[in-house]
Design a protein around this ligand. Structure first.
Ligand SMILES: O=C[C@H](O)COP(=O)(O)O
Length: 261
């Protein structure tokens, strides 16, 4: 199975219903026709704020070209969990998947690996795609222990998740925390080394099912650095924050992902 390329915009806590619709329109209108009509070389996703998700249905698959992602998903299907949104409720408004384990959720909302593993399991069991985020902070990078740290985070975030559920639905995103929203990007060499390490681990753990995972890079991805990162090898696309809020910048990144050799 050829690995799928993804370009996913994480809009974080930005935009309102109307401005999210406007941005989705600009993105869809600007998509190169060959991406829409020919063999698609990158799947394109957007993750708006929860309350704008259903408004984007006209642009989302199968009616449109976009895959819709929640920026979070509950660890249980339903019940007395104030403030939570479960996988069935997301799917009900046309959502295809959820970003889980983003470092902003790990840091600001104290989500640990055990909770994240429950969320991954719940989302996959609920039929959603999952973009599972892992990544080290600056201190760990500087200590030289970053590869071990990321692998243990990955291993703990997938604990108890049956690989039969992965199918084509589990995507990994490596996002070094020190590169998120800072303008600092991992060098292509460093990103490539981490992606290779992650793929080796996935292959050791899960065989072909692991080897086939798409592994995305995230952290200050811009049109100017996207081609270099794609060339690093084992980089199957991007999870883009800030640059995904500008249609033209996001579209340029989409093109670079699609066209990378
Ligand atoms: O989910 C996206 C990442 O947090 C990257 O954000 P950024 O591109 O603004 O650095």
């Amino acid at each position: 199975m050829a690995r799928v390329r993804w370009t996913i915009g994480n809009w974080k806590q930005n935009l309102f219903r109307g401005t999210a619709e406007l941005l989705a329109t600009e993105i869809v209108d600007g998509l190169p026709p060959e991406l829409l009509e020919g063999p698609v070389r990158t799947k394109i996703g957007v993750a708006p704020t929860m309350v704008a998700l259903d408004a984007l249905a006209p642009w989302s698959r199968p009616a449109g070209p976009l895959y819709l992602f929640g920026q979070n998903c509950a660890a249980q299907e339903e019940g007395a969990f104030t403030g939570e949104v479960g996988p069935g409720q997301l799917a009900d408004v046309g959502v295809h998947g959820a970003i889980i384990g983003h470092s902003e959720r790990r840091t600001h909302f104290h989500e640990d690996d055990a909770l994240i593993a429950r969320k991954v399991l719940c989302a996959l069991q609920g039929g959603l795609r999952v973009v599972l985020c892992v990544g080290e902070g600056l201190e760990i990078r500087e200590s030289g222990n970053h590869e071990n740290f990321v692998i243990s985070q990955l291993s703990a975030s997938l604990a108890g998740v049956d690989p039969e559920l992965f199918q084509d639905r589990l995507v990994i995103a490596y996002e070094p925390v020190w590169a998120i929203g800072t303008g600092k990007t991992a060098s292509a060499r460093d990103a490539g080394a981490m992606h290779r390490r992650i793929r080796t681990w996935l292959t050791e753990q899960y065989g072909a099912t692991g080897a086939d995972r798409s592994i995305l890079y995230g952290g200050s991805v811009k049109p100017g650095n996207a081609a270099g990162l794609m060339a690093a090898g084992d980089v199957d696309g991007f999870l883009v924050g800030g640059a995904s809020l500008e249609a033209e910048a996001f579209l340029q990144i989409v093109r670079l992902v699609a066209e990378a050799s």
